[in-house]
Design a protein around this ligand. Sequence first.
Ligand SMILES: *Cc1c(COP(=O)(O)O)cnc(C)c1O
Length: 473
Amino acid sequence: MKTIFEKDKSLHSKPLYKGDIGFCERKSPLNLPDMSELEVMRHFKELSDRNFCIEKGFYPLGSCTMKYNPRVNEQVSRFDGFINLHPLQDDTDCQGALEIMYDLSRMLKIITGMHTVTLQPCAGAHGEFCAMGVVKKYFLHNGENDRKKVIIPDNAHGTNPMSAKMNGFECIEVKSDERGGVDIEELENIINEHGCTIAAIMMTNPNTLGLYDENILKISDMLHKNGSLLYYDGANLNAVMGHTNPALMGFDIVHLNLHKTFSTPHGAGGPGAGPVGVVEKLKDFLPVPQIEFDGEKYFRNYDKPLSIGKVSAFYGNFSVLVRAYTYILMLSKNLKDVSSDAVLCANYIKEKLKKHYKLPYDKPCMHEFVLSGDLQKEKGVNTLEIAKRLMDSNCHPPTVYFPLIVHEAMMIEPTESESKEVLDSFIDTMIEIAREVEQDASKFKQYPLNTPVLRADETLAARHLNIKYEFND
Ligand SMILES: *Cc1c(COP(=O)(O)O)cnc(C)c1O
């Protein structure tokens, strides 16, 4: 596509002086529909009404922690003092903002058990990328240039291998055993075979099956004896907050998803924050600047010669940090109850549904669990069709077809924010759906019937991707 400058090269030579914006003026009008402001507002309101959100109904999208986002978070993040700050203001002009970042890091250190935390990464995946950069730099600095391999369990989130790969690591998959944890025997074989070329293992605990790895201490021992590091994907922190922490499990480096565990609206990919915490021996490799306190004032410290550098503009996604800070302050000691309640809700639903759907790992789960739609598939209804049917009951479908190791997977995460009535109503709907499958599987080809957009043609959408809208003149 041509830019306006390419269309008219002579524009470049025109001098730019105060008051003259001719330099960047268009030569032809933008091809936009001719509408009044009111019409535009109605258009966007209509679009927003079509969206499903946590304020509209139950949103058990496993692994995403779609909990309620308290409005006080939003109010605080919009205080004048925060939204009118400029990131280039002098340290002395923004002591309050720096104090919040310093304090939030301190809280996250307590929650994770880590020594130092950076708030800079802007998403979970971004935190992973930053953390694996730290791992790489640590080994290079120690002269262990051969540590180029990273072990990743077969139920890991796809961002894990991607983050390792983008830092130049090679990934080795380790299988899960029949109890849903890392297969210890296979891990042992991998360590024996690859020895000192293994930089780290990346684990989510509880994992994406919602199961806490019973062998975690053994695993950390095996890896540490091999001189390797343990990386904790903190997307599932909502299950364990205040009860245990990644340091106690033996991890060396951690990312958190503040938008998940600490409540920021994050549907459709943003906004987010993915702080990274590390044990003491890794602290010098974190991004600059670090927010520090010299006993009198807070300041941004760039003097970190071993740092991997910067991973985002300025200091991260400040408004998400303020939301997380507010959330943690508001709950303080009760953070532990968040996890207890999230785990209780997940187990309640699991126990009620296991008579109606296949439950591949039938044991107590953490904050989420994975069902298989295999029984329904035998009758001719697959998991995608169950998901579409659920949408007719004002419920966002669970995560489907993930993790990959469960056939027809449905990953259900209720979170702590729902009432028993909502959980019961979801359970009833799921049982009703199982009954409908028994009665007439053919009906499932038509759902959803009550949503703003009806059944999409998935094949057409995948084969003829068209994401550009052309305005009619
Ligand atoms: C959500 C998630 C991620 C990625 O986090 P983003 O904030 O979406 O980038 C990584 N791992 C797991 C297990 C997740 O659930």
